[in-house]
Design a binder for this molecule. Structure first.
Ligand code: ATP
Length: 458
């Protein structure tokens, strides 16, 4: 039920190996084109740039111009953009490459590429040398292994060192795996400043959405929903947000429209999270089972957390035959009762199948695993509604998990039984229409006011 995000979108630069030492055309980009950077980081970058731009003044103040910067963070957060913007701000020629462009089987080839890269950059100062995925080149020596990679890294360290004339050369490295980097590479004088480029928070996502909607025509309804979009895309990177609007635009163009409408955006969100759609379900029995399963999730979500469902569908997408998409909120520290509601909602698909079809299907395996993980975390942290107790014994832990599982199943059954009319209505409408949006679901569920606290939990 709960959606899993796919792997990274918007991979970084891929350089052809033998092009590793050539200057790369620089897009017309400034720091303002990068959204979601923490204020403190922006200030530090501006300070760093002013030192680089005015080295004489910096020397008078006793400040050394930085030689190397490291940007680290999850994929698609704008590290490459940042390197480009920095090069642009200081009017530098941009040499961009990927760490893997220096890894070769032939001893000495990688090292000679590093040398050539620095030599070329020194001929065109000021220059920025940007190496993405630097962990492929500057990984920890003992783990990295191999004579060739050792030689290449040593050459990089030599080139970065003051022994060479590096005036007017700024080295910027980026990685998703800072923990993999060699200590010697990270030492000040080689890498002077390290910046974490995180996944954007709600405000950051809003800024990035603004950047990527500039120049696109959006329906009024879509404009009005951009704040909610920023809130509901927790965990999305800048690259994913950018791809969201690209996908939505393509769909609008495909349908001969100028404007991106709500349907385009919904389509793009689902596509980003789950992958492409498959054909609609033809087998009536399977379609009914999926409608019952998804209605189970949707009912419990709408009852325990009104307004939390974005949509429910029985049109297959990616690996899922159907799914209920939540409105994602910022991560917050969940309490025991919230986690119990979540477990109930996750198990509700299988429970609904059992109540209405007598047995559940293999389709619940992902749900069960997800519920089990949450229950295990609850037991491991002593997170119960009525007490804070830790269990250290394996057998006791299993018993506790079984107890919570049973409690969640009981609560789910009760909620479905108590709201049978709404549940059956949901199944029918979902079966007919195949996709329902959050407001339609909530309307059906709210059609009879249920007093949750009156329910007996078995
Ligand atoms: P990787 O670690 O995979 O190399 P990266 O951090 O270098 O990724 P970029 O290549 O800079 O990410 O981002 C890819 C694309 O995603 C950019 O060209 C841009 O369109 C969009 N993007 C990413 N982050 C941001 C951001 N903070 N603001 C605006 N757009 C962004």
């Amino acid at each position: 039920m709960v959606l899993h995000k796919k792997g990274k979108l918007g991979a970084g630069i891929s350089s052809m190996k033998n092009g590793a030492s050539k200057a790369t055309p620089l897009p017309d980009i400034t720091l303002d084109d990068i959204g979601g950077l923490p204020e403190e980081m922006k200030d530090e970058i501006h300070q760093t740039l002013s030192i680089i731009k005015d080295p004489v003044r910096a020397t008078q103040l006793g400040i050394q111009a930085p030689k190397g910067l490291l940007l680290y963070g999850p994929p698609g957060t704008g590290k490459t953009l940042l390197a480009q913007a920095i090069a642009h701000e200081i009017g530098a020629t941009f040499y961009s490459s990927s760490g893997s462009a220096f890894t070769e089987l032939f001893v000495g080839v990688g090292a000679s590429r590093v040398r050539t890269l620095f030599q070329n950059a020194r001929k065109h100062r000021p220059a920025v040398i940007f190496i993405d995925e630097v962990d492929a080149l500057a990984g920890k020596r003992k783990e990295h292994g191999g004579e060739e990679s050792e030689k290449t890294l040593t050459e990089l360290l030599v080139q970065l060192d003051g022994g060479n004339d590096n005036e007017g050369i700024l080295f910027i490295a980026a990685t998703n795996r800072k923990d993999m980097l060699d200590e010697a590479f990270l030492r000040p004088g080689r890498i002077d400043y390290t910046f974490n480029v995180p996944l954007p928070d709600t405000n950051g996502r809003r800024e990035i959405i603004d950047i990527h909607t500039k120049g696109r025509l959006l329906a009024d309804e879509v404009y009005a929903s951009l704040d909610v979009l920023a809130e509901s895309t927790s965990g999305f990177s800048g690259a994913e947000l950018s791809s969201l609007f690209e996908t939505a635009s393509k769909r609008a163009v495909r349908d001969g429209r100028q404007q991106i409408d709500k349907g385009d955006l919904d389509f793009a969100i689902d596509r980003t999270i789950l992958g492409s759609t498959s054909r609609a379900l033809n087998d009536i029995d399977t379609k009914r089972r999926v409608a019952i399963h998804e209605s189970g999730h949707a009912l419990i979500a709408a009852l325990t957390k009104p307004g939390s469902v974005r949509k429910a569908t029985i049109i297959p997408r990616g690996q899922a035959l159907g799914y209920v998409a939540p409105i994602q909120k910022e991560l917050h520290l969940q309490t025991a009762s919230e986690l119990m509601d979540q477990v109930s909602m996750i198990l509700a698909g299988g429970v609904a199948e059992r109540l209405y079809l007598g047995e559940h299907s293999i389709g619940v395996s992902g749900d069960v695993q997800q519920a089990k993980d949450i229950i295990e975390r609850m037991v491991d942290t002593g997170l119960y509604q009525d007490s804070f107790t830790l269990t250290f014994n394996k057998g006791e832990k299993e018993m506790k998990m079984q107890e919570i599982f049973g409690e969640a199943i009981g609560k789910t059954e009760t909620l479905i039984r108590e709201n049978a009319a709404q549940f059956e209505e949901l199944v029918e409408v979902l079966f007919q229409k195949e996709t329902l949006d959050g407001t339609e679901i909530q309307k059906i569920v709210d059609s009879k006011v249920v007093q949750l606290d009156e329910l007996v939990v078995v």
